[in-house]
Write a protein that binds this ligand. Structure first.
Ligand code: C2E
Ligand code: CA
Ligand code: CA
Ligand code: CA
Length: 274
């Protein structure tokens, strides 16, 4: 019985089983939470060289009744794994379009853009294009003020299918950005082939731009590349004035980071970046 107990322990690691149960519980409560409207978007400003707010990135937040504000790093991967990402992503898109419509009513905010993160599994859903265009059309938002942020891995997963989807959405007016640029399998070939508008420099490069020469080189290279391909560049994770100066000197015109504003609830969003 003793050795059987040991074997049992080996095959059913209690810690692992506990983790699995915790995950299943989290999945159940995310499903319910989505239904109850506990997932909302926060907005983080994107500013130009004069610190004028030109748009915002929508970042999902889950207000869990007991656990409080659950960070996206915890529930986005879970939503991807359990198939809830389609619903969650639709919810985020809807919230972003609703905000665009609210902003459209005032001249001071009517040209602000909103960027929405799209995960791999969401993008590769068969009806992704329909999901996005339906939400835009029903909300009455201007499609050209909606930007979808895709990562390099999403783009390279199935390049031909990706080009088809992007081209269809582009025809509808939607803009595209490559998120965390430089961290994935960068290929110059797709920069030319994809209907892109913007690159976002990953904040890991921005963080070390003044202290690590290699990161400075990467940042300068991305800025030069973007210029050659006529793409906008947003530097993300800008936290210090020195980082902003370096980026400006090398031609960066758009910035996002705690220096200008943290992500805030939509009602808290203000039109100045400081
Ligand atoms: P991301 O798309 O790279 O978003 C930027 C993250 O950096 C956000 O974290 C933001 O709060 C944080 N950040 C912004 N400025 C600074 C700064 O100056 N310093 C530092 N240290 N961090 C900064 P957050 O909100 O926790 O989101 C984490 C990730 O979760 C996002 O990374 C994105 O990949 C994912 N995510 C968030 N919302 C959604 C969503 O609606 N759908 C999908 N598919 N993914 C989402
Ligand atoms: Ca992003
Ligand atoms: Ca990013
Ligand atoms: Ca990132």
């Amino acid at each position: 019985a003793k050795s059987a107990g040991r074997n049992t322990l080996r095959f059913y690691d209690p810690a692992m089983q506990e983790a699995m149960l915790a995950r299943a519980a989290l999945e159940t409560s995310l499903r319910a939470g989505l239904q109850r409207g506990e997932v909302e978007i926060y907005l983080q400003p994107v500013v130009d060289a004069e610190r004028r707010v030109v748009g915002a990135e929508a970042l999902a937040r889950w207000q869990h009744p007991e656990r409080g504000n659950v960070p996206p790093a915890e529930f986005i991967p879970l939503a991807e794994q359990c198939g809830l990402i389609h619903q969650l992503g639709g919810h985020v898109l809807q919230a972003a379009c609703d905000q665009l419509v609210r902003w459209s009513r005032s001249p001071a905010s009517s040209t602000l853009k909103i960027s929405v993160n799209v995960s791999a599994r969401q993008f590769h859903q068969a009806d992704f294009v329909r999901q996005v265009t339906d939400i835009i059309d029903r909300s009455g938002a201007r499609a050209d003020l909606l930007k979808l942020e895709l990562t390099e891995s999403v783009l390279l997963d199935d390049v031909e299918a990706t080009i088809v989807k992007m081209t269809e959405l582009k025809a509808h007016g939607v803009c595209f950005s490559i998120d965390d640029f430089g961290t994935g399998y960068s290929s110059l070939a797709y920069l030319k082939r994809l209907p892109l508008d913007e690159l976002k420099i990953d904040r890991s490069f921005v963080a070390d731009v003044l202290t690590h020469p290699n990161d400075a080189t990467i940042v300068r290279t991305i800025l030069a590349l973007a210029q050659a391909f006529s793409l906008d560049v947003v530097a993300e994770g800008v936290e210090t004035e020195e980082q902003r100066q370096f980026l400006m000197q090398h031609g960066c015109a758009l910035f996002q980071g705690y220096l200008f504003g943290r992500p805030v609830a939509v009602g808290q969003f203000e039109l100045t970046g400081d």
